[in-house]
Design a protein around this ligand. Structure first.
Ligand SMILES: C[S@@+](CC[C@H](N)C(=O)[O-])C[C@H]1O[C@@H](n2cnc3c(N)ncnc32)[C@H](O)[C@@H]1O
Length: 232
């Protein structure tokens, strides 16, 4: 089965596991791919939408994987049965605030998991802060773009890592090392966008408070320069 670049980025960050729990699975592409590739022994593919769950089931049956992948319909992490203890919980394609709410919704499952794979579409800072609060360290992250949209993916594991700094909360710990050319190019474009936003805000009203924008701009410029230096 062929999956998109964005989904492949997620799959690459998933460690070998016994039970993968994919929350908001939609088509179940990821559990199917991960079970077929042998990374996940079994999976639960869960979605709040019955249309998505039906689609997921059709795909799972189509691949002959109904013994290994259970499809469930329901809210967030509420669809696990008592005896299921997923070692990896995956949530991708939802906002950061919803991602955190879903994790909060089943603290028992989260506390028993050894790894969270998260790809929030917005508010990634909220997700980074939350995972740190509940005792997960970010051990890997990746960045890619699809249809002009930026995607950050985090692998969070139970381990001791130093607390995230202001810069790491905003841009991550690994991406600012400059090894991902897509991230570097994205950052360069964000700088241009912020500069024109600041000019427009200032032109409209010279008394507008642009402190926050300027702080972000200066952080982005500092990291961008570091990325450029790392590449030379
Ligand atoms: C944009 S799709 C992402 C699908 C897939 N995870 C991916 O990354 O391609 C979001 C999916 O999350 C599901 N969803 C939204 N809120 C949910 C919730 N509270 N619990 C479970 N699934 C939810 C939607 O029905 C939809 O299928």
């Amino acid at each position: 089965m062929k999956i998109s670049k964005r989904l492949r980025m997620i799959a690459e960050l998933v460690p070998k596991c016994r039970l993968l729990y994919d929350v908001g699975t939609d088509h179940a592409y990821l559990p199917i791919y991960l079970v077929k590739s042998g990374k996940a022994e079994r999976a639960v593919a869960s979605d709040i939408s019955s249309v998505s769950a039906d689609k997921a089931l059709e795909n799972v049956v189509g691949e002959g994987l109904e013994d290994k992948i259970k499809v469930r319909c329901g809210n967030g992490l509420s669809t696990l049965s008592e005896d299921e203890k997923p070692d990896v919980i995956l949530i991708s394609g939802m906002g950061g605030v919803l991602t955190v709410q879903l994790l909060e919704g089943n603290k028992k499952a989260v506390s028993e998991a050894s790894c969270l794979i998260l790809q929030p579409q917005h508010n990634i800072e909220t997700v980074r802060r939350y995972t740190e609060k509940i005792g997960f360290g970010i051990t890997a992250e990746d960045f890619s773009e699809e249809n002009g949209k930026a995607y950050f993916t985090l692998r969070c594991e139970r381990c001791d890592v130093p607390p995230l700094s202001y810069r790491e909360l905003a841009l991550g710990r690994f991406l600012p090392e400059g090894r991902n050319p897509l991230f570097n190019a994205w950052l360069g474009r964000q700088i241009l966008k912020l500069e024109s936003k600041i000019s427009a805000a200032y032109a409209k009203n010279p008394n507008t408070d642009i402190t926050r924008l300027e702080e972000t701009l200066s952080l982005y410029k500092e990291v961008y320069e570091k990325c450029q230096n790392a590449r030379t």
